[in-house]
Every structure is written in structure tokens, then in C-alpha cells.
Design a protein. Structure first.
Length: 200
């Protein structure tokens, strides 16, 4: 039977009770979804994503300087890492390590090398990614000692280099000093030395 124009079937008529039941159902679904959220789901809009995870689901560790053969000629002496700092140059969750390294002379002031280490992306045979020497920032041949190594979140590496103007200067009292920094720009580190200070 066809109804006259303007009439609806009884089960399609909108009633106040219908809307109240629908609203109550949606509120219940929303509350249940909130309670089922994982306990560690605390991210908010605009927060920074977590570092990239390795296949085991853990954040990638910074390269370990202890696994690298540094290009230092120490003879029978060992090599010692005197300072290290980490940073994430590319902002990709794959951290890098900056390491200040010298011969383990036991006394005196052997010069430092300052090196940038990255991960190889391959299993180093242990829990950590194999470390690779990516760049020499300070060559030991320059005869300088690295002091006050620091890194910043913007990809800046800073250090103070101290040394001696001649072999006659007592090893206790370096008379040369230079503050330097390397800034990550256009996919590479750029050296930016501070103005040369007076002798100290």
C-alpha cells in the first residue's frame, strides 16, 4: 500500500527517545575506548616522535668508542677515550658519538684526536650496532688537547683546544687556547672557530 505524500513509515519517524538512546550509546563507546587505551599511550599532539627502534624494538644505542680502531700511533701504549658525547645530527633517531681519544701514556699530555662515530647499520656481534669512524674533527698531528667537549640538540659540537707554542713551554701550563665548534648544516659538519684569544 502506498502512503500519501508527506507521510513516513512508523519505524522511520524520529522521536526524542531515539536520539537519547543514540547519544547514550555513543557516550558508552567513547568511554570504553578510553579505558582500553594502553597505559603508556601518553603522547599529545605536537610531541616529538620516539627515536627509531632497532629490529628488537629498543631505541638505537649510540656507537661505542670502545669498539673502534682509532688511527693513533701509540706504539706499545694503549688508546684511551677521555671524553665522549652523543647527539643526533640527522634527527632520525640514529644517534652519533663524538669521542676524544689519546694514547694512554699515563703521564704527560699526549695530543688528542676528536672523532665522529656513526652506526654501520649492521650487527656488530653484540647487543650494539657496529661503530664506524665517520670523520676526524681534530687530528692528533695538530698537537692539541681537547677540553670541555659538549654537544647540543641542534647538532652543534663544541670543544676547547689547548696546546703549546713550543717544546720549551712546561707541559703543565699550555699557552695556546682555541674554542671551536662544528655545526650541522646542509648534511655536513662545518667548522666554526671562535676568534683567536690572547695567549693564556
Amino acid at each position: 500500500m502506498q502512503l500519501p505524500a508527506g507521510h513516513d513509515l512508523p519505524h522511520t519517524r524520529t522521536r526524542t527517545v531515539h536520539w537519547l538512546v543514540t547519544a547514550a550509546f555513543l557516550a558508552t563507546v567513547t568511554a570504553v575506548a578510553a579505558l582500553c587505551q594502553p597505559s603508556d599511550a601518553t603522547a599529545e599532539p605536537g610531541t616529538v616522535a620516539a627515536p627509531a627502534a632497532d629490529p628488537r624494538g629498543e631505541p638505537r644505542p649510540a656507537p661505542d668508542p670502545g669498539t673502534v680502531d682509532f688511527p693513533l700511533d701509540c706504539g706499545s701504549l694503549g688508546v684511551v677515550v677521555t671524553d665522549r658525547a652523543t647527539l643526533d645530527l640527522g634527527g632520525d633517531g640514529w644517534p652519533e658519538t663524538v669521542a676524544a681519544v689519546r694514547c694512554d701514556a699515563g703521564s704527560g699530555t699526549p695530543p688528542h684526536g676528536l672523532y665522529l662515530l656513526t652506526g654501520s647499520g649492521e650487527d656488530g656481534g653484540g647487543a650494539e650496532d657496529a661503530a664506524v669512524l665517520a670523520e676526524t674533527l681534530v687530528d692528533p698531528a695538530e698537537g692539541m688537547t681537547v677540553d670541555g667537549l659538549e654537544t647540543a640538540g641542534d647538532g652543534t659540537i663544541s670543544a676547547r683546544l689547548v696546546g703549546y707554542s713550543s717544546p720549551d713551554v712546561p707541559r703543565c701550563c699550555p699557552d695556546l687556547r682555541r674554542d671551536v665548534s662544528w655545526v650541522w648544516q646542509d648534511g655536513r659538519l662545518e667548522l666554526r672557530p671562535a676568534p683567536t684569544p690572547n695567549s693564556v
